[in-house]
Design a protein around this ligand. Structure first.
Ligand code: BLA
Length: 242
């Protein structure tokens, strides 16, 4: 269902950036859950370039049961750009949830004007994908912008509307990165280090996927996947409070 989205991102990345593989901890790059008819695979890819310090994407293929494409792109610490966040999920073809955003690191007006307002034009074209759904796990005011795409939709709309919207957002993201001025002051860079780290901590603690991963791949693997790969700069709570 979301394979063309993954291929598009991959082609774009390889065309535009001088990518290096970024290691994925052993055992986390691939897993297979084999429960007779309900097979599921999860595969992840991770790269870096001079401008993008961590590019990760994951595809879960459980056939008709579930398809997920999830990705986060973290700019290098000398760029204050939002993170590009993608979370496309389908469960049994009936329930399809899509989220796409430039995830802001800060919420001040200057930041909004610079990095979020440019999304508006695209978002207004794809109104049916911006449904103002209530968030149950996350706080819409933390690391989400007001122009995110967030929708419950159907397989046809994924092809006819989500795919072009996705391409436009991704293109805008490259444009922003191209015109971004790298930070030079150590203090400014440190602020981005902290903000991106906080994003990982926040996301690891709230991630609604933990149940999904655990049901397929077990709790232990899921915890490792979350804290050693997806959000590796987060500290597991049990350790943080020890
Ligand atoms: C929701 N994301 C979800 C849900 C799952 C995932 C299972 C709940 C769906 C439901 O309502 O039943 C899945 N999350 C994943 C997977 C990974 C993950 C598979 O991190 C990792 C491989 N989530 C993101 C990113 C964004 C995001 C980058 O990982 C930003 C675009 C958004 N996911 C997001 C939002 C919801 C969601 C906003 C709705 C959650 C809510 O209601 O609060």
């Amino acid at each position: 269902m979301f394979q063309p989205f993954k291929e598009y991102l991959e082609e774009e990345l390889f065309k535009r950036f001088d990518l290096q593989s970024r290691p994925i901890p052993a055992g986390l790059e691939y897993n297979l859950s084999d429960r007779g008819k309900n097979q599921a695979t999860i595969q992840s890819w991770c790269y870096q370039s001079a401008e993008l310090r961590k590019i990760r994407y994951t595809y879960i293929d459980a056939g008709e049961m579930s398809q997920v494409f999830n990705s986060v792109i973290y700019p290098a610490h000398n760029y204050d750009l939002p993170l590009l966040g993608i979370d496309f999920l389908s469960f049994g073809k009936k329930k399809i949830l899509v989220v796409l955003d430039f995830q802001p690191l800060f919420r001040d007006q200057v930041y909004q004007d610079k990095y979020i307002e440019p999304m508006r034009e695209i978002r207004d074209k794809y109104n049916e994908l911006a449904q103002n759904l209530e968030m149950k796990f996350y706080d819409a005011n933390q690391y989400f912008s007001k122009y995110l795409l967030f929708a419950k939709t159907d397989a046809e709309t994924v092809v006819t509307r989500l795919f072009p919207a996705y391409q436009e957002y991704v293109q805008l993201y490259w444009q922003m990165l191209e015109s971004a001025q790298p930070l030079t002051k150590e203090k400014d860079i440190q602020r981005i280090v902290e903000a991106q780290k906080h994003y990982d901590q926040y996301s690891a603690e709230r991630d609604p996927a933990h149940g999904l991963f655990s049901s397929y791949f077990g709790k232990e693997w899921s915890n490792r996947f979350l804290y050693e790969f997806l959000f590796e700069d987060a500290t597991p709570l049990a350790v943080a409070s020890a």
